[in-house]
Design a protein around this ligand. Structure first.
Ligand code: ADP
Ligand code: ZN
Length: 299
């Protein structure tokens, strides 16, 4: 990994089940990190504030703050709600100011506020699976499904941020499952997240055998996600990560179904190269925040 140490960055990967907070100067120089369960906003924010206060006292005030969060979140610097989690279904977290209390405790340092998946994609683009590529997509297939997108070297926000986990997908012909998404039922997340697999088959996804028909169905949905993003913002690589993608047999299955869906329409890209796993593993989000913080300091 490329080193760029010296300047301290306060980083927060904010997830629906856990927060990972750290003080780091580079991926290989993480001075202190802590995993904090995501409970109520009040309790969690107090925990985070205490962590950053202690960290700054021990190691010095950081030069930048970088947050990658679950959403939906307000990433628009010009908006009154910048730095807030907005309309999340996560209980108690709607309209929660995530960035404000951290900036307050760390002083008025430059800050960047991103989605967790865009942050992870950015990390992959500096040190991982999409290194050097300017057009890439990243899906995490776990408790939910999230997607990050980079076009021409920039992370995409649009008028908010992409919500690719909730794209429409066509049903597998043998699938009668109604879907788990509380908003849309049978969107991508509703059909292909870890909890969807578990509810459909009555067995936790991690316990289904490798040759179970669940995986052919899962690949059907994930291939649609790939083809859709390929048609909208042609990435040079699509990274598929998250707990469900620990089922490595899914990769060749997704590639095969993707080829079928394209049906010769596009000159077939090298699918082996196009669709693959992340390289930064579980640390992609946190390291992505380190990279975003470094970029901010350099700017
Ligand atoms: P989170 O989305 O909460 O950040 P993960 O990405 O680990 O965390 O996703 C958790 C989901 O992934 C759970 O629904 C779980 O069933 C599923 N999962 C975890 N490990 C595996 C595995 N080895 N095979 C299939 N599914 C898995
Ligand atoms: Zn949905």
């Amino acid at each position: 990994m490329k080193e760029m140490s010296g300047r301290l960055i306060a980083v927060l990967e904010s997830g629906g089940t856990k927060m990972v907070a750290a003080l780091a100067s580079s991926p290989s120089d993480i001075l202190v990190r802590e995993r904090i369960p995501t409970t109520s906003p009040k309790e969690t924010m107090a925990h985070l504030v205490r962590f950053f206060l202690r960290a700054a006292t021990a190691h010095g005030r950081p030069d930048a703050l970088a947050v990658g969060t679950f959403g939906p979140a307000d990433l628009d610097r010009g908006s009154a709600g910048y730095g807030y989690i907005t309309s999340t279904p996560k209980e108690g977290w709607s309209q929660t100011d995530l960035l404000g209390p951290l900036r307050k405790v760390l002083g008025d340092i430059p800050a960047v506020f991103e989605t967790d998946v865009n942050a992870a994609l950015f990390g992959e683009s500096i040190w991982g699976a999409t290194k050097g590529l300017k057009n890439a997509a990243y899906f995490t297939v776990g408790t939910g499904i999230g997607g990050g997108l980079m076009i021409d070297g920039d992370l995409v926000h649009g008028s908010g941020h992409p919500e690719m986990g909730h794209m429409r997908v066509s049903r597998h012909p043998d699938d009668n499952f109604r879907g788990t998404c509380s908003f849309h039922r049978d969107c991508l997340e509703g059909m292909a997240s870890g909890p969807a697999v578990e509810e459909r088959w009555g067995i936790p996804a991690a316990e289904l055998p490798r040759d179970h028909p669940a995986w052919e169905m899962e690949a059907w949905y994930l291939a649609q996600a790939c083809v859709n993003v390929l048609m909208i913002a042609p990435p040079e690589r699509i990274v598929l990560g998250g707990g469900v993608m620990h089922q490595e047999q899914l990769f060749p299955m997704v590639r095969e179904k993707l080829a079928g869906l394209l049906n010769g329409y596009l000159q077939l890209p090298d699918l082996e190269n196009l669709v693959g796993p992340p390289e930064l593993g579980d640390d992609a989000g946190l390291l992505g925040c380190v990279a975003l913080g470094q970029k901010l300091i350099q700017a």
